[in-house]
Every structure is written in C-alpha cells, then in structure tokens.
Design a protein around this ligand. Structure first.
Ligand code: UDP
Ligand code: MG
Length: 319
C-alpha cells in the first residue's frame, strides 16, 4: 500500500464515551477530503472499552490504524509514538474529545499548501470554554515558555497542528526523552503559519488531564529548556553566605558588648556558615548536573532548511 497523503494522529486514554461520536464525525469528514489518509489512534493504555471499540471499528474502516501502548505513558509520549509510526506526507495531531473541530483539518492542509509552510498551528481564538483557573495557568505557562525557548511560541496553540514530513523526520531524529511537542516544534524553527479556531467543549466523558499530569507537563516544559532550577542553589548559597557574614558581624558585636547568652554566638555562626557552604556546594553540583543534562539531550546544534547545491531554484529561499 502506498504511503498516505495525511496521517491523523489521535492519542486516546479511556475515551469509550467519546468514541461513537468521534467515528461519526471524523470518518465522513476525512473521506470527503479527497486524499489518501490514515487515522492513527494511539491507545495510551486505556483500561476501558476503548481498545475493543477501536478494533471493532477498524474492521470496516480500513484507514483506521490502532497502535496500542502497553501502559499509560501520557499524552506527549503517545504523540511521540504517533510521530514514529505515521506514514503520511503530512501529519495532524488532534485530541479524541473533539474539542479541536476536525472540520479545521481541511483548513490546516490548505494553509500548508498555499503558504508552502511546514507547520500550521491551530490557535484558539477564544478560551471561554475553559475554566478560569485553567485559563490563568495556561497564560502563565505560555509567557514563561516564550522566555525559556527564546522564541515566539504561538499563544494558545496546544497540540492541534499540522506538520510536514520534514518536521516529522526532524522530531524523530531528536534523541531526547520527555519531549514537549508544543515547545520542540517551534524550537525547530521551520516556516510556520497559524489558523485560528474556536475550541469546543469536550464532546463526552471527562478530562484525562488531571492536575498531576498538568504539573508533569509544566515541569517537563521547564526542565527541557532550562537548567535555571538547578542553578537556584547557587543563588541561595550566595545569598546565604552574605546573610551569614552579616550575622557573624552582628553576633560578634553583641558578644563584645557583653550582652550575649553563653554559647549563642558559636551556635549561630556554626549553623549559618555551614548552611551557606552546603548551599554553595549544592549550587556547584547543580551547575555540573545542568551541563551534563544539556549534553545528554543531544539536540542538533542546527538544522538545515535549504542548500542551493541540493535544491537549486527552490523558492522557499527568502523565508
Ligand atoms: N490523553 C492520553 N493520555 C493521557 C491523558 C490524555 O492519550 O494520559 C489524551 C486524551 O485521550 C485526549 C488528549 O490526550 O485525546 C487530551 O486530553 P484531554 O482532552 O483529557 O485534556 P484537556 O482537553 O482536558 O486538556
Ligand atoms: Mg480535551
């Protein structure tokens, strides 16, 4: 079978409630695109009827392909599995719960072709369907991430996006674990465009992203692009050193003025000096661990978008 034009990657975890609606809406829509496609559902270790429902549906929907992970590995890991296995020239990732309207897929494709870009982000034009805490934490998250990645991360672009084969191959060549797709893809730096859309309510069932999974995502996001938390101890150590120096002078002054309780000066000095030394040493360790961590990610130092020797006359040169 030749490789399809489009792979639609759908991570799914315990989505039995949404599946009937998913099939009903997805299939006519993708059939109507008029291109060859595969729907690559990555079943992220579901414990409910998701797995059996998928296999049943695949009997007469031949473009439905099911990849089952042995255990629940998380949304980002499920996307990684999809990227590795997808065969399409283009790849769209979309949530199973139909919050990202599948109708927008056609627009993502058209934009990629018309503008000749490698990445098309679906960007939420309206977050009113999200709760207040979710909206606020999301805003804080995107602000911080822009600073850490040092690039404009499209605000409110989550994991509904289209990428070209060039991007799929680039992502697959990154050896790092714990990738956060919404950061790694902008970081790669391929030409991109945005398509605004309105995010709907979850079609059925409840969110599979609990607070602990959201914290995991936030921690992974920070640690994947910054060693700043590791370096915190250095700053605490310097601050502690300064404070204990001041404390020492103060304690000596009190002792010399004869107002101190016996043993107080030596106890205070010992505690503060040892504390400062420990923090400084931790900071030093942190600096080394940070270096090791950065080199262990083994990210490429650069990616080539165009070489006139290989592809003369290519018109993306001015991008
Ligand atoms: N998901 C997954 N593994 C997980 C958690 C979620 O594959 O451990 C999938 C889930 O089935 C859905 C997508 O990731 O297709 C987004 O999850 P959800 O809609 O629950 O998150 P929310 O929209 O509430 O942030
Ligand atoms: Mg959702």
């Amino acid at each position: 079978m030749p490789d399809p034009e489009l792979s639609v990657v759908v991570p799914m975890y315990d989505e039995e409630e949404v599946l009937p609606i998913f099939f009903e809406r997805m299939r006519p829509l993708l059939d109507g695109l008029g291109i060859s496609y595969e729907v690559l559902v990555v079943d992220d270790g579901s414990r409910d009827a998701t797995a059996s429902m998928l296999l049943e549906a695949a009997v007469d929907w031949h473009q439905l392909r099911v990849v089952r992970l042995l255990r629940n590995s998380g949304h980002q890991a499920a996307q990684s599995a999809g990227f590795r296995r997808a065969r399409g020239k283009y790849l769209v990732t979309i949530d199973a719960d139909l919050q990202d309207p599948p109708e927008v897929i056609a627009e993502l494709l058209a934009t990629a072709r018309d503008k000749d870009v490698d990445v098309v982000y679906g960007v939420r034009s309206d977050r009113s369907s999200d709760s207040w805490p979710k909206r606020t934490t999301a805003r804080m998250y995107y602000r911080l991430m822009c600073r850490l990645v040092g690039k404009d991360i499209p605000f409110d672009a989550a994991d509904f996006r289209l990428v070209s084969r060039r991007v799929i191959d680039a992502v697959n060549s990154l050896p790092e674990d714990g990738r956060v797709f919404r950061l790694v893809i902008p970081w790669l730096g391929f030409p991109s465009a945005e398509v605004p859309y309105v995010r709907a309510e979850r079609a059925a069932g409840v969110t599979k992203y609990n607070w602990s999974k959201m914290f995991r995502l936030a921690f992974d996001s920070v640690t994947a692009f910054s060693a700043a938390p590791l370096r915190l101890a250095t700053w605490f150590g310097l601050l502690g050193g300064l404070l204990s120096g001041m404390f020492a002078v103060g304690a000596l002054v009190i002792k010399l003025s004869g107002n101190s309780v016996p043993g107080w000066t030596s106890t205070v000095l010992a505690v503060s000096v040892i504390g400062a030394i420990q923090l400084l040493c931790l900071g030093l360790l942190g600096e080394y661990v940070a270096r090791l961590f950065q080199s262990s990610q083994r990210r490429p130092q650069f990616l080539v978008g165009y070489d006139s020797l290989e592809d003369p006359g290519h018109e993306t040169i001015d991008k």
